[in-house]
Design a protein around this ligand. Sequence first.
Ligand code: PRP
Ligand code: URA
Length: 209
Amino acid sequence: MGKVYVLDHPLIQHKLTYIRNKTTGTKEFRELVDEVAALMAYEITRNLPLQETTVETPVATAKANVLAGKKLGIIPILRAGLGMVDGIKQLIPNAKVGHVGLYRDPETLQPVEYYVKLPSDIEERELLVVDPMLATGGSAVEAINSLKSRGAKNIRLVCIIAAPEGVELVEKAHPDVDIYLAALDDHLNDKGYIIPGLGDSGDRLFGTK
Ligand code: PRP
Ligand code: URA
């Protein structure tokens, strides 16, 4: 079974409060989502492998470490996942970015795939699938299905807020995938919104409502 991590770093929790606030406008919402995504990436990458090297300082040779060159990929689930990409790229500028386009049918809440474009070597990459919201879990499960059917083997899911229902669905469908969250909320309402949540992440990021 995959592990579920709620990243309780004080900066993440502080910024999340402003993300949730209904009076936070589009500009600030975007900035905060990027900042939280960057802080989450910082926590998630703490176990990246290092390799030893040496470096010439002005006065001596020092033993040192550099990243061992693990290949990473960031996979935003469109649209709202796009809001997390720049923040993560600040820390991992060489990561390749693939896109999976899904929307939830408003009646059935079932995910509908409309776009997939991935790095050609996804089977070699450690992939971070990013989406601010994990609600029913349908979109995340479908996105991960889509990646696995194209050869992806090493996947982690990074969401800002999740409902227990979504976590359970991903755990059942993809027990090999670890899930990283800033908050695990209470429940879903009858329209599939996370309660207390933050409302509609795509609309708040792109100003479409
Ligand atoms: C939102 C969100 C997730 C999905 C979560 O996207 O960004 O992708 O809902 O819901 P689920 O866990 O029940 O599948 P939405 O379908 O609203 O599309 P958008 O990002 O294009 O606005
Ligand atoms: N998608 C969102 O953007 N918000 C929710 O609360 C649930 C799904």
